[in-house]
Design a protein around this ligand. Structure first.
Ligand SMILES: O=C(O)C(=O)Cc1ccc(O)cc1
Ligand SMILES: [Fe+2]
Length: 381
């Protein structure tokens, strides 16, 4: 059956609610993100709260919530298999929706995969309705419809049982504010793009393709009806060698989340403080900054930041007369070259930094080369 009516009447996907990582040791992973990136513990469930099989440490910064989960018992096949396949990584992107039931009905009409039909959970702070769906690979979306909930996170979670300690408390504030966009890597992205278009009623926001001497990729950006939420999907374009998308898919063991872009309203201070905390950023060649002054003039960007400071911190700039954005990637945040973060500041520019794509791509490619995974003249079958 085909719907002609506007499904956005029936449901809306409003925003990112939280991101869940499945990791080998949730306690240690959570403290890594607190120490390196300035998150703070806000909620917990584990043995002490009556959660016998899975532990969850919930950390927050601005509106950004990360949840780290690990198995407490031996023989947890679901989390165990996920770890063998993917290593530590993003399992789920929870989405805030205004009508869980209507979204699930739409997915069923489209024969999209529903992992778990709607259910409700309550505690003394109220009730939340959930459902769980699967867009591609082993990545899932928990749908979260807040019916009456007023607690700190979600039903069943309690206050954290430990703090980050006195030294972390002294570290400078990073001031990350919200999730700007999320990007996934795919062997082939078309099916996943269609999944979001049909099931979530997302529409295409942007499309871009680029190649270097060795490799290339294409990227499709999707957004919801009111354009409050953006996700991008990447796949390789055939080139002379292995692309960073292929490297990711090989090490992650399938399609999955490549980066999460976190926003700040003062990227210079944010990046300085992330560096003080030990977060590492890839190098951007000086030639980028040699050209930047001219590009800024050409694009008629009214740059507020100090150019030398941007160069010192390897922050990139792109935009046009009516607005611009500043962005930087971190290095991968675990041993496998899988997940990294992007830090982004928008000054009146809601698009993607087309003029930075190649520089960002090449900065990752240099790391790929250092890992011994960038070869020319690989024959593609
Ligand atoms: O512009 C952005 O936000 C990007 O994130 C661009 C990008 C995405 C993926 C890559 O592997 C390299 C560059
Ligand atoms: Fe990005």
């Amino acid at each position: 059956m085909h719907y002609n009516c506007d499904m956005t009447d029936k449901f809306q996907i409003v925003n990112f609610h939280h991101i869940t990582f499945w990791v080998g040791n949730a306690k240690q992973a959570a403290i890594f993100y607190c120490t390196r990136m300035g998150f703070e513990p806000i909620a917990y469930k584990g043995l002490e709260t009556g959660s016998k099989s899975v532990v969850a440490h919930v950390i927050k910064q601005g509106n950004i919530i990360f949840v780290f989960k690990s198995a407490l018992t031996s023989g947890n096949k679901e989390i165990g298999d996920h770890l063998i396949q993917h290593g530590d990584g993003v399992r789920d992107i929870a989405l805030t929706v205004n009508n869980c039931g209507a979204l699930i009905e739409n997915i069923k009409e489209n024969e999209g995969k529903v992992l778990k039909d709607t259910w409700e959970e309550s505690d003394e702070n109220g009730t939340v309705r959930f459902a769980k769906v699967a867009p591609y690979g082993d990545t899932t979306h928990l749908l979260v419809e807040n019916l009456t909930y007023k607690g700190i996170f979600l039903p069943g979670y309690k206050a954290p049982i430990e703090s980050t300690g006195p030294i972390v408390a002294k570290l400078p504030q990073v001031n990350l504010e919200y999730i700007d966009h999320i990007v996934s890597n795919h062997t082939l992205m078309e099916q996943a793009v269609e999944w979001y278009e049909k099931n979530c009623k997302f529409h295409k926001f942007w499309y871009h393709q680029l190649s270097t001497d060795i490799s290339g990729f294409r990227s499709t950006v999707l957004t919801n009806h009111s354009e409050t939420l953006k996700i991008a999907l990447n796949e390789s374009v055939p080139g002379k060698g292995k692309s960073q998308i292929e490297e990711y898919v090989e090490y992650y063991g399938g399609d999955g989340i490549q980066h999460i872009a976190l926003s700040t309203s003062d990227i210079i201070t944010t990046v300085e403080r992330l560096k003080e905390r030990g977060t590492e950023f890839p190098y951007v060649p000086a030639s980028y900054y040699d050209n930047l002054k001219e590009r800024i003039r050409h694009l008629k960007i009214n740059l507020y930041e100090n150019l030398e400071k941007l160069e010192e911190l390897n922050i990139l700039v792109d935009g046009q007369e009516d607005g611009y954005l500043l962005q930087i990637f971190t290095k991968p945040l675990q041993d496998r070259p899988s997940l990294f973060m992007e830090i982004i500041q928008r000054r009146g520019h809601s698009g993607f930094g087309e003029g930075n794509f190649k520089t960002l791509f090449e900065a990752v490619e240099r790391q790929q080369q250092a890992r011994g995974n960038l070869f020319k003249n690989v024959i593609h079958k």
